[in-house]
Design a protein around this ligand. Structure first.
Ligand code: GLY
Length: 366
């Protein structure tokens, strides 16, 4: 089994010993104010939670955890299912590309027992950035590799390059590009001089489809029966982004944060907003201060709402006009999720089975 055992990784017991050797003042708020127990959900472990596109991932990961897998290995294998799925246009293979038609992927992982993190950003040609992020943590003394450096690292350790731009994503990019500007030399469908044809010579119905837009992303966090945690976030990021744009997903503390003494949290949605409030770290800190996971998620969303000042990002009511979804699970297995707006679901696998649940929300759908 592929476990996090390389030199330099602390064992869980060693990590606990280091933590308890610290003076109380250095141990953080968790030593002074333990999270409130939730009578309904206490000791709900093992558990895996995920964004709504991750039910296959939580199901896979909890199965691996039940047979003794490391929680990080379990969730990286879980999200691999979505990264490998060409029909999910938000993650890995088939993800929507940047403005130049190139797929660039971001991911980060955190391993609770060792407090080790790894991440890659703007990674091209490798469909499983979460596994590469885990290898950054396992095989290097660094946390984040980007762009060409991340690709070179992945190649050197044996990852195979492939074209991540599926035909559907390529056609969506062409539609987006052609509709950008009436005055440039890319004609839109209604301006074609000849009938639109696909590469196979048949009439392309795809040319009539609307243009998809996404902030992408799958987040997944897990707790083992022993109370060890891990988290992963992986994404193709904002569609049609500037080349080199990095969202919150590979930023430790923004799109992901895991503290083995407290809990794990992650984000999907508009990454720029999450980065600017250190979203996942803030959620874990709020759980450490006594918030339930749902309260912690809502706290982050309120913070984002209060810090969103630019008119172009606000609706007529002065609320953010974009969505962010936060996910959080506590060490004892209490979990929650909340979105900025409307009706969203998140995935849960625990002793009650594999299911989608409704997220709490800050603002109702308008
Ligand atoms: N949350 C994913 C992104 O903004 O890239």
């Amino acid at each position: 089994m592929n476990t996090l055992t390389r030199r330099g990784f602390l064992s869980a017991s060693a990590a606990v010993a280091v933590s308890s050797a610290l003076p109380v003042s250095a141990q953080g708020p968790s030593q002074r104010q333990r999270p409130k127990p939730d009578a309904k959900q206490s000791r709900n472990v093992p558990i895996v939670i995920s964004s709504g596109n991750g039910l296959r991932s939580t199901t896979k990961a909890i199965g691996m955890i039940r047979t003794g897998a490391d929680p990080l290995d379990a969730i990286v294998e879980g999200v691999r299912i979505v990264e490998d799925d060409p029909n999910d246009m938000t993650v890995g293979l088939g993800g929507l590309p940047n403005e130049e038609g190139v797929v660039e992927l971001d991911s980060s992982v955190m391993h609770g027992p060792t407090h080790r993190a790894g991440a890659v950003a703007a990674l091209r040609n490798i469909k499983n950035p979460a596994a590469v992020a885990r290898d950054v943590a396992r095989r290097t003394d660094h946390v984040l590799l980007v762009g060409d450096g991340a690709l070179k690292f992945a190649r050197r350790i044996g990852y195979t390059e492939e074209n991540l731009l599926t035909e559907e994503a390529r056609l969506a990019w062409l539609r987006w590009r052609a509709r950008l500007n009436r005055d440039d030399d890319w004609l839109q469908e209604d301006e074609f001089d000849l009938p639109a044809r696909s590469n196979t010579g048949r009439q392309s119905r795809a040319d009539q489809k609307p243009i998809p837009f996404t902030y992408g992303t799958i987040h997944c966090s897990a707790v083992t029966p022993a109370g060890d945690l891990a988290g992963v976030t992986t994404t193709s990021g904002l569609s049609w982004k500037l080349p080199g744009r990095v969202g919150d997903s590979p930023i430790i503390g923004a799109g992901l944060y895991t503290d083995n003494e407290v809990g794990s949290a992650g984000a999907t949605g508009r990454g720029e907003a999450v980065i600017q409030v250190c979203g996942a770290r803030t959620a874990v800190m709020r759980m450490e201060m006594g918030d339930t996971p749902t309260e912690a998620c809502l706290y982050v969303l309120k913070l984002i709402a209060s810090k969103t000042k630019l008119k172009r990002l606000l609706n007529a009511a002065g609320e953010p006009n974009f969505n962010v979804v936060m996910y959080a699970v506590r060490k004892d297995g209490v979990y929650g999720s909340a979105c900025m707006r409307g009706e969203r679901q998140f995935a849960v696998s625990d002793e009650r089975g594999d299911r989608l649940e409704e997220c709490a929300f800050l603002f109702p759908e308008r």
